[in-house]
Design a protein around this ligand. Structure first.
Ligand code: 6PG
Length: 247
C-alpha cells in the first residue's frame, strides 16, 4: 500500500487560502472530467469551511462545471435541514443558495430521519452513484476539517473504530452532547482520490502539529488515520493553524 506524504499549504489568511483551494480543485476537477462524466465530492461541516463556501459561491461558477459535480456530505448532525446546526443547511446558506446548481446533483444526508435507516440509505446511495475502486466507492475529493480533539467527520477519538468499520456510513455520537450524527467511515474516506484538510485559527495549531508529526500519541486519533491508500492528502492551513509546524 503506497501512502504518499501529505502536502502542506500555508497561506496568510483564510480568504487567500480559500482562493488557492478553489483554483486548485478547479484544475483537478476539470482534469478528471476529461475521463469521466461526473465527479463526486463530499463536504464537511463546522465553522471553518464557511469562508471557502463563500469563495466557491463568488468565483467558482466559471471555473468548475458544477452540472457534472455530485455533492455529498462527509457527515451530518441528526437534525432537520433548516436547523442551525445542519451541515447541509450551512453549505446552503454560504454556497448552494448563491449558485444555480442542479438540485439532483446535491445529495444531503437526511438528518431528520431515523439515524440507522439513514446511514444505510446514504451508504446505498453512494454505492449506486460513485464509481468503485478496489470494490469500494471512490470519491474524487473530500473536504475535511479537524477537531481540536483530533476528530474528523463525526469520527471522534472514543469511536475511532469507525475508521475501520466495514460500512460506508455509520451512526456516531458527539462525545459531549451525545448528539446523533451520520458519518462517512474510514473505509469510504480512505478510498477517495484526494482528501483536503482545511484548518484555520490558532486553536488548531497544536492538533495540526500533533497529527502531521504524530506527536503526543496522536497516531491513534481519527485525523491521523486518514491515509487514502491510492490518494493524496493536502493540509490547507492559515498561518495561525500552521504556526507550530517546523518543516
Ligand atoms: C462537523 C464537521 C467536523 C468539523 C470539525 C471542525 O460536522 O462538525 O464535519 O468534523 O470539520 O469539528 O469544526 P470547526 O471547523 O468548527 O472547527
Amino acid at each position: 500500500m503506497f501512502v504518499s506524504k501529505p502536502e502542506i499549504i500555508i497561506e496568510s489568511d483564510p480568504h487567500r487560502l480559500s482562493d488557492i483551494i478553489v483554483h486548485q480543485i478547479a484544475v483537478y476537477f476539470n482534469k478528471r472530467l476529461n475521463n469521466q462524466a461526473f465527479i463526486s465530492i463530499a463536504l464537511s461541516g463546522g465553522n471553518t469551511p464557511n469562508v471557502l463556501f463563500r469563495k466557491l459561491a463568488d468565483i467558482s461558477l466559471t471555473l468548475i462545471p458544477w452540472h457534472r459535480v455530485r455533492i455529498f456530505w462527509v457527515d451530518e448532525r441528526c437534525v432537520p435541514p433548516e436547523h442551525p446546526e445542519s451541515n447541509y443547511g450551512q453549505a446552503k446558506r454560504y454556497f448552494l443558495e448563491h449558485m444555480d446548481l442542479p438540485v439532483n446533483n446535491i445529495y444531503r444526508i437526511h438528518g431528520e430521519d431515523d439515524p440507522e435507516s439513514e446511514a444505510h440509505r446514504y451508504s446505498s446511495l453512494i454505492s449506486s452513484l460513485v464509481p468503485s475502486k478496489n470494490g469500494v466507492p471512490s470519491l474524487d475529493w473530500i473536504l475535511l476539517g479537524v477537531g481540536e480533539d483530533g476528530h474528523v467527520a463525526s469520527i471522534f477519538p472514543d469511536q475511532h473504530e469507525l475508521m475501520y468499520s466495514n460500512k460506508l456510513c455509520s451512526v456516531a455520537h458527539h462525545p459531549i452532547s451525545g448528539q446523533n450524527r451520520i458519518t462517512m467511515t474510514g473505509k469510504l474516506i480512505n478510498n477517495s482520490s484526494w482528501v483536503s484538510f482545511l484548518a484555520t485559527g490558532e486553536n488548531k495549531a497544536k492538533i495540526v502539529n500533533d497529527i502531521i508529526h504524530l506527536k503526543n500519541e496522536a497516531e491513534k486519533l481519527p485525523a491521523a488515520l486518514i491515509k487514502p491508500r491510492n490518494g493524496r492528502v493536502t493540509w490547507y492551513l492559515d498561518i495561525q493553524a500552521g504556526a507550530l509546524l517546523k518543516y
